[in-house]
Design a protein around this ligand. Structure first.
Ligand SMILES: O=C(O)CCC(=O)C(=O)O
Length: 358
């Protein structure tokens, strides 16, 4: 990835801006009117993404009742998003991981700055996605690191404080890799494929995983900004641990933004662009964004389960027919993720641009 240069402008930490107590946000963070969130409290709605109980999920997904597989199938087709409860990851570990990262973001700035990232690999402490000079920025900071493959896993790029940080990330990563692998099998079965089909298309044991911890500081003008602009996830599958106290994630459904209400100790699962491609659009990645607020900071942990980065990803043959020809041209994930790394979040424009000409 050598055509990614340095950041085009000096990096300003959103947390520092927020903590400086400024009454209004700098112009760089003001979204154009059509992209601004509607924060009208009278628009409260009861709609939520599906919540699915995975009791019975272990190494063998066949222990799951058919009704659960059906619920997942429907959620993948209709929402591209769902929450899972009783997923097998210990609630204590989930809380510990989130609170460890919260402590990281509350460390003195000079400690965090030691991990400042660059757009070459994005690993470390960051405050923007994309390298377009003059771009309108999102109201968030983040930490990004690789967990798999082992060749990319580098403890020196993980925070050494708080003391337990590396150990907690390791334990959390191990559990999320297991959960991700189980959900991959369910998706394969639900698509009518052999249970290991999607995993094999991801490169078998050579798949990748990475973690982005998002930190959304309080924002004095939340009606003008976004914590994270609308995007679909470029990778395979995302397992998101949201803030249990502060809502913020919005999912686009039938042209409307639905604010997700997180269930207790649930993970939010969503389909990424690579599964949209492999499934030949039977499953679609769905646009989502994050809103911010003026009274509470928010933290979320997005664990991305991705294909091996240098193999071509294209619709699996079993889902291609003369009635439904392959919708996408092959592309490696390394090539694919360059787009977001260069241009930042841009709705669904990238996966749309991959459509085979016909
Ligand atoms: O913070 C959230 O709830 C969502 C984060 C997200 O969409 C991402 O990290 O890609």
């Amino acid at each position: 990835m050598n055509n990614l240069q340095e950041w085009p402008e000096p990096i300003i930490r959103v947390q520092s801006l927020s903590e400086s107590g400024l009454p209004s946000i700098p112009d760089r963070y003001i979204k154009p009117p059509p992209d601004r969130p509607s924060l009208n409290p009278t628009e409260k709605s009861d709609v939520n993404i599906p919540i699915i109980d995975l009791t019975g999920l272990s190494g063998d997904e066949n222990n799951l009742p058919f009704s659960t597989l059906d619920q997942i199938s429907l959620a993948c087709r209709e929402w591209g998003f769902f929450q899972v409860v009783n997923h097998g990851v210990s609630p204590g570990l989930m809380d510990r991981a989130r609170e460890t990262w919260r402590s990281f973001f509350h460390l003195p700035m000079e400690i965090k700055q030691a991990y400042a990232n660059s757009p070459k690999t994005y690993e470390g402490y960051g405050s923007r996605l994309g390298i377009e000079k003059g771009a309108i920025l999102d109201w968030s900071d983040y930490y990004y690191l690789h967990y798999l493959p082992l060749t990319l896993k580098d403890y020196n790029k993980w925070p050494s404080s708080p003391d337990s940080c590396r150990e907690v990330i390791d334990e959390y990563g191990k559990e999320l890799v297991k959960l991700g692998g189980r959900i991959m099998k369910i998706l394969s079965i639900n698509l009518g494929l052999r249970e290991d089909r999607l995993q094999n298309a991801f490169g078998g044991e050579n798949f990748g995983t990475c973690l982005r911890v998002n930190f959304y500081p309080k924002c004095p003008q939340p009606n003008l900004a976004l914590g994270l602009s609308s995007h679909s996830d470029p990778g395979g599958l995302t397992l998101l641990l949201p803030d249990h106290e502060v809502p913020g994630l919005q999912v686009r459904k039938d042209g409307k933004w639905i604010t997700v209400k997180p269930a207790q100790h649930a993970f939010i699962v969503n389909i990424g662009d690579q599964i949209q491609v492999l499934s030949n659009a039977n499953y679609k990645s769905v646009e989502h964004r994050v809103i911010v607020n003026s009274s509470m900071e928010r933290i979320s942990m997005a664990f991305f389960y991705n294909p091996k980065s240098d193999i071509p990803i294209k619709p699996v043959e079993e889902l291609v027919s003369s009635d439904k020809p392959a919708l996408y041209s092959p592309m490696t994930f390394d090539e694919y993720r360059l787009f977001i790394r260069l241009r930042g979040p841009q709705g669904k424009s990238q996966v749309e641009s991959l459509k085979s000409p016909r």
